[in-house]
Design a protein around this ligand. Structure first.
Ligand code: NDP
Ligand SMILES: O=C(O)C1=N[C@H](C(=O)O)C[C@H](O)C1
Length: 238
């Protein structure tokens, strides 16, 4: 498969290593404006975007116009997500966005949904999310923490929104910490006067995120439509 890497930083380089090991070829390593390239003249099967929040929307929608399927892991651009979906459908292209591509985090998401269902109505327990990432991260809270919050909100009758740091009674507080070299740690806790129930996912490296993105790229090749990591992992997450 011929892959265009939109973003060639920490994730782009880890994805390259895994993709090449799985027999794929990297035909583009984009580090600046996508308009500098004539995508129509290039032979690209799938584009994988791990760039920066302010570049993601343009990168993704430029690929749609050239009928190149896109796997996007960039976080912090989701105000434009619905617009991207519309454009994908209009151009009859293919798209997967995931706040986190690692299989472990997608299992953690399932656990989070189940725990949220159990804890709904347990008014003695206060829910909180904490995320810890490296100091170079541009966005806060992390995309994964937002996904966790949205999953809880879908199950919890008392919570309608999330808030960074100080939350109102109907909001889930998210604490974002930045510590050098941490690849990504997420904790969901329910604390009462008596005890605390906690679930936690700790990434030991970027390998899981990158492998998941390459697997998603292999899966989306030749498909049309808007998908999620749940579709990619449907056999494992039954
Ligand atoms: N969904 C998931 O599983 C995961 C998501 N992420 C997300 O992926 C994104 C990238 O993370 P990471 O690799 O750690 O970040 P890096 O900062 O290491 O890499 C981003 C790269 O994008 C480059 N860039 C800048 N402008 C553009 C542009 N217009 N088009 C393409 N590339 C551009 C930057 O170049 P320069 O440095 O020259 O500006 C940099 O090399 C982040 O949003 C992060 O949150 C990260 C890990 C997992
Ligand atoms: O920026 C990162 O590094 C990561 N970003 C993603 C996020 O915002 O959730 C996923 C992972 O935690 C690493």
């Amino acid at each position: 498969m011929k892959i265009a890497l939109l973003g060639y930083g920490k994730m782009g380089k880890t994805i390259e290593e895994i993709a090449v090991n799985r027999g794929h070829e990297i035909v583009l390593k984009l580090e600046d404006d996508i308009d500098n390239f004539e995508l129509d003249k290039m032979d690209i099967d799938v584009a994988i975007d791990f760039s920066i929040p302010k570049a993601a929307f343009k990168n993704i929608t430029t690929c749609f116009k050239s009928d190149i399927p896109v796997v996007c892991g960039t976080t912090g651009w989701l105000d434009d997500y619905e617009k991207a979906i519309e454009l994908c459908k209009k151009e009859n292209s293919a798209f997967i966005y995931a706040s986190n591509f690692s299989v472990g985090v997608n299992l953690f998401f399932e656990l989070n949904r189940k725990l949220a269902k159990i804890m709904n109505g347990m008014s003695d327990y206060a829910v909180e999310i904490e995320e810890i990432h490296h100091t170079e991260k541009q966005d806060a809270p992390s995309g994964t923490a937002i996904s966790l919050a949205q999953q809880i909100i879908a199950e919890n009758d008392q919570k309608n929104n999330w808030q960074l740091d100080h939350a109102e009674a109907d909001e889930i507080p998210i604490k974002a910490k930045r510590i050098e070299n941490v690849p990504g740690t997420h904790t969901v806790s329910y604390a009462s006067e008596i005890d605390t129930i906690e679930i936690m996912h700790t990434a030991k490296s970027r390998q899981g995120f990158a492998l998941g993105a390459v697997v998603a790229a292999e899966w989306i090749k030749g498909k049309k439509g808007v998908f999620s990591m749940k579709d990619v992992l449907s056999d494992q997450l039954k």
